[in-house]
Design a protein around this ligand. Sequence first.
Ligand code: ZN
Ligand code: ZN
Length: 80
Amino acid sequence: SAMPSPPTCRYCGSPWDQYQLCSTHFCCQLVLSCSACRQGGHTACCPTCQTKGQGEEPSATPTQREECTDGWPRIPQDAL
Ligand SMILES: [Zn+2]
Ligand SMILES: [Zn+2]
């Protein structure tokens, strides 16, 4: 019977068992990335997240919400 393989860093394959959240804030997946790889910027669970995490503003609003509010009637500032 095969021994269960120890957890390893997903980027370099060295033994590592400290799960961290993916650096992309909307992903919420756990990733095994060793300290050396994290210092190298490998903090996401996958290449897609890695690219997204670097390219998007944290304060950006979802596109779906913008499309939704776009159809709302405009209330004049005087009425408030
Ligand atoms: Zn590593
Ligand atoms: Zn991710």
